[in-house]
Design a protein around this ligand. Structure first.
Ligand code: DGL
Length: 280
């Protein structure tokens, strides 16, 4: 494939396997409102968390391609699973060959930097099967500090329950309690919500873990780190504008996306467009 020549249009792309990334976009819109954003949720192929690394890479590559073709200068892969399984290959192989002037960043590094802090000793992580099997947080935190103990636990049932609009049901709370049990017994100091969907359960998670465990909203941490990244990379030519535009795309039902998405985002959405990103 040759290099792509279409010009970037001063837009930040945010990608997730589904609706969960809206919990990250929400903080970008609060903290960095003066930019244009395109959000893409690959709802039709969710969950990524149960798929093979090869499949996750292919899906993520197609999403990145779509967002760059639609004018994004920079893409944030909000999805932890895609960040864990596909980001490195996208950055090291796909970008240099096809979009050498553009950038793709993920969410694991900024969260690891935030948590690799001397005030924490034992850090818990919950995420999808794939993120936990990749040991993504474990590895990233170890690169920054050898003193931290990282305990990881996969929580595969939470994403489908949340996408189904079941976040507040007693069944979900019961399952959540079961997933958090070991981490609670281990007396961790802080917990990383290593999946874009989990902030929807933040109050319940905090309640279960108790006052002594710090559980930050990952979107806030990622938004702060995005600001630092933008300040350090003027070559991306992302300019602030007073009325930043927002565009929303999903690969599945746009009505459903909008209905649940507005809950995730905490605000009204403009029109949601359905798109096909798969080459198959
Ligand atoms: N968005 C994914 C993440 O942050 C979870 C959903 C999925 O399994 O596709 O890991």
């Amino acid at each position: 494939m040759p290099n792509k020549n279409n010009e970037p249009k001063n837009i930040i792309g945010v990608f997730d396997s589904g609706l969960g990334g809206l919990t990250v976009l929400k903080h970008f819109l609060d903290y960095l409102p003066d930019y244009n954003y395109i959000y893409l949720g690959d709802n039709a192929r969710l969950p990524y968390g149960e798929k093979s690394p090869e499949t996750i890479y292919e899906y993520t590559r197609e999403a990145v391609e779509f967002l760059f073709e639609n004018g994004c200068n920079l893409i944030i892969i909000a999805c932890n699973t895609a960040s864990a399984q596909a980001l490195r290959k996208i950055q090291q192989e796909y970008l240099p060959a096809h979009w050498p002037e553009r950038r793709v960043i993920g969410v694991i590094r900024p969260l690891a930097e935030h948590f690799a802090n001397p005030k924490f000793k034992k850090i818990g992580v919950i995420g999808t099967k794939s993120t936990i099997e990749a040991g993504a947080y474990q590895m990233e935190i170890k690169k920054l500090s050898s003193r931290h103990k990282v305990l990881e636990k996969s929580a595969p049932l939470l994403v489908p329950l949340i996408e189904e609009g079941w976040a507040q049901k007693p069944e979900t709370k019961m399952i959540l309690k079961k997933y958090l049990h070991t981490l609670k017994t281990e007396q961790i100091d802080a917990l990383i919500l290593g999946c874009t969907h989990y902030p929807f359960l933040l109050p319940e998670i905090k309640k279960i873990m108790g006052k002594n465990v710090i559980v930050p909203d990952p979107g806030k941490v990622i938004a702060t780190s995005l600001k630092t990244y933008l300040d350090k990379h003027p070559e991306l030519k992302l300019k602030k504008i007073s009325a930043g535009k927002r565009q929303y795309f999903t690969t599945d039902n746009p009505q459903l996306f909008q209905k649940l998405g507005e809950k995730f985002l905490g605000q009204k959405m403009t029109k949601v467009n359905q798109v096909k990103i798969s080459e198959l």
